[in-house]
Design a binder for this molecule. Structure first.
Ligand SMILES: Nc1ncnc2c1ncn2[C@@H]1O[C@H](COP(=O)(O)OP(=O)(O)OP(=O)(O)O)[C@@H](O)[C@H]1O
Length: 367
């Protein structure tokens, strides 16, 4: 990838919540790149900061949350030759979260779909009324033109009888249908980037597969980029070009889907991959689970946040030092002392497996 392929670049992003019980460092130094026309999947257990990262990108963090550091460069790779204004490179962190510019970017240049369609669809208005309003907010179209475009989008996402369904209310539609409507709405303005936050988790397997196919098809047609958030490694294998593995508010590994699946570097990624069912494994055999639970971000352990659960943790180092982010190749990184070129681990003595004192609790959220 060349620099100019980066559509979105997140550098050192920190989003913290200032609660009466203390500071919750939900996102604590995230770096990631979404190249043009590619799909990047963020994967990790529940609570690791996937949703807060994606909401930060669209500046949808409400108090007591706040972005406290970092930059979110939108269209950085296209800077040259563009005039300032819409379409020019911008650091989204510098924008007023309620201002005109971010509102124009949301829905028009970057769209988001959520796990729960009802979060985006109002029960008060018909599907068509909401779609037409969104389209007209971003495109100069008459009501009739917008209605025609909305109907075409509903047909595109596989809604049968779109001319009739456009006048339905969201509560008259099935879960899978509502999800498709939400996707149609998100894609109606042909965004350059679609952020999808667990959009298929609540659906049955068949509908889930159809929606993933649909996202792939639309991406092939429109060349949009996709940032897909999931805890499901099966979905990652199917959809991703690149993978970002998160743990407790930080990125622990990045790479192409082939590299991450076939040669995982970080002990956390290896543990995640071990916990997915594979063909040929005896059906009665228990899947290995990751020891312990993800701690709450307000109780982040010192040193590497994963060290209390890590079988390869090095006592005196992983429990004390922040692990370095090591570049292992183009777009290939691991945040772990095991790959530290400045000397590497000081000895072969992994810290005791029970360092955290946590029980064999299994994964909180098994992919
Ligand atoms: N409004 C808030 N106030 C305090 N803490 C918050 C708030 N919103 C989120 N958090 C905390 O931020 C952390 C990251 O949450 P986030 O929703 O990003 O996790 P996630 O990886 O998306 O998990 P899931 O897969 O369950 O959605 C969690 O520990 C959560 O409790």
């Amino acid at each position: 990838m060349t620099e100019s392929d980066a559509l979105l670049e997140v550098n050192g992003l920190k989003t913290h919540f200032f609660t009466p019980d203390g500071v919750v460092r939900a996102v604590d130094g995230v770096d990631l790149t979404v190249p043009r026309a590619r799909t990047v999947c963020i994967v990790g257990e529940s609570g690791c900061g996937k949703s807060i990262t994606s909401r930060s990108i669209l500046r949808l963090i409400d108090p007591p949350g706040r972005i406290v550091d970092g930059e979110i460069v939108w269209r950085g790779g296209q800077q040259s030759g563009r005039t300032p204004g819409d379409g020019a490179a911008v650091d989204l962190v510098s924008l007023d979260p309620d201002g005109e510019r971010i509102r124009r970017i949301r829905g028009n240049e970057i769209s988001m779909i959520f796990q729960e369609p009802m979060a985006s669809l109002s029960p008060m208005y018909t599907v068509g009324a909401q779609m037409i309003e969104t389209i007209r907010l971003h495109r100069s179209m008459s009501k009739d033109e917008a209605r025609e475009h909305a109907t075409a989008m509903l047909a595109r996402v596989g809604i049968p009888q779109p001319e009739r369904r456009i006048d339905a209310y969201s509560f008259q539609l099935s879960g899978g249908m509502s999800q498709r409507v939400m996707i149609a709405m998100a894609l109606a303005c042909q965004p350059d980037l679609l952020i999808a936050d667990e959009p298929t988790t609540a659906l049955d397997v068949t509908t889930q597969a159809r929606i993933l196919d649909l996202i792939r098809e639309l991406q092939a047609d429109t060349h949009m980029s996709v940032l897909f958030i999931t805890h499901d490694l099966g979905v990652v294998a199917e959809l991703a070009d690149d993978v970002v593995v998160m743990y407790l508010g930080t990125v622990v590994e990045t790479g192409s889907v082939d590299d991450v699946f076939h040669d995982p570097k970080h002990p956390y990624t290896r543990a995640l991959l071990r916990s997915i069912p594979t063909m040929g494994r005896g059906t009665r055999e228990r899947l290995p689970s990751i020891r312990g639970m993800v701690p709450h971000p307000s109780q982040r352990p010192p040193g590497c946040p994963y060290h209390p659960r890590c079988d390869e943790a090095i006592a005196g180092r992983c429990d004390q030092e922040d692990p370095p982010v090591v570049a292992l190749g183009p777009r290939r990184t691991a945040r772990c002392v095991l790959y530290d070129p400045s000397g590497g681990p000081p000895g072969p003595s992994p810290a005791s497996a029970g360092a955290s004192g946590t029980a064999e609790a299994g994964m909180e959220d098994t992919p």
